[in-house]
Design a binder for this molecule. Structure first.
Ligand SMILES: [Zn+2]
Length: 250
């Protein structure tokens, strides 16, 4: 089988081999073993690290879970991500999230495209880097099929004004202050909602220009976290994102 892929995760196998979990462009999640991949002068050199985009040929046997990698070539190693702690923790959080939801051998080309686009954005972008992760989260929710409505009340349909609203992750949107005061939800400011609304339709090259306040940042992080925990079964905090947040605290 011939396809393109992004490396999501790797495990050592024996002394010199490595198992890779891949997000492929054509076949969804595929697990392969790169025999001798860790040996010096390996033909898989440079292809085994998470976030690397590669072109591969592998032998596919439907009867087994683990396929045999035959050839691999680097398409993009995302040099700037690898060399930078902020970029790499955010990039790793992206692949971690994809690894959690992708199903083995179930094609999901949109997820592959999004991951490639989001990693390139993080690699080439500047400014507010977390914006690239937000962009990824926003589009991820969209292609997973639970795109939220940020601009109208779920109950009375009234447009959400400058008072903000009450976030209801299970229902995929917000309630206006009047409905929310009766039914509850997480109170969110209107400027935070504007950012989230913008993320659903913005050009990824623009996200670095965001300048959120500390309060907006906290609200957006909390909302995505709540949303994922509500919609993804068994969702636990992303380890790489924890490292990224840890770097910020004094
Ligand atoms: Zn309402």
């Amino acid at each position: 089988m011939k396809t393109e892929a992004v490396v999501l995760k790797g495990w050592k196998l024996g002394e010199t081999s490595k198992i890779l979990s891949l997000c492929t462009s054509d076949f969804g999640k595929v697990k392969v073993v790169a025999k001798g991949g860790l040996a010096l002068k390996s033909r898989f050199m440079g292809c085994l690290e998470p976030m690397t985009r590669i072109r591969i040929i592998y032998y596919d046997k439907k009867t087994r879970d683990l396929q045999l990698l035959s050839q691999a070539a680097v398409l993009d190693s995302h040099i700037r991500i690898i060399g930078d702690f902020t970029r790499s923790t955010l990039g790793l959080a992206q692949v971690e999230l994809v690894e959690r939801v992708l199903v083995q051998d179930e094609p999901f080309p949109k997820m592959y495209e999004l991951l490639c686009r989001a990693l390139s954005g993080l690699d080439s972008g500047n400014g507010f880097l977390e914006g690239h992760f937000w962009y990824f989260e926003s589009r991820f929710i969209d292609i997973m099929g639970y795109k939220p409505t940020w601009n109208n009340c779920l109950s009375c349909r009234k447009s959400l004004g400058k008072e903000g609203g009450f976030f209801q992750p299970g229902n995929g949107g917000l309630l206006c202050p009047a409905c929310g005061s009766r039914q509850g939800g997480l109170n969110v400011g209107s400027e935070t909602l504007e950012i989230l609304y913008w993320l659903q339709c913005c050009d990824p090259a623009e996200v670095g220009r965001l300048v959120p306040t500390a309060g907006q940042k906290a609200e957006i992080r909390r909302m995505f976290d709540l949303y994922f925990r509500t919609h993804i079964e068994g969702m636990k905090p992303l380890k790489s994102l924890g490292l990224f947040y840890g770097m910020e605290s004094p």
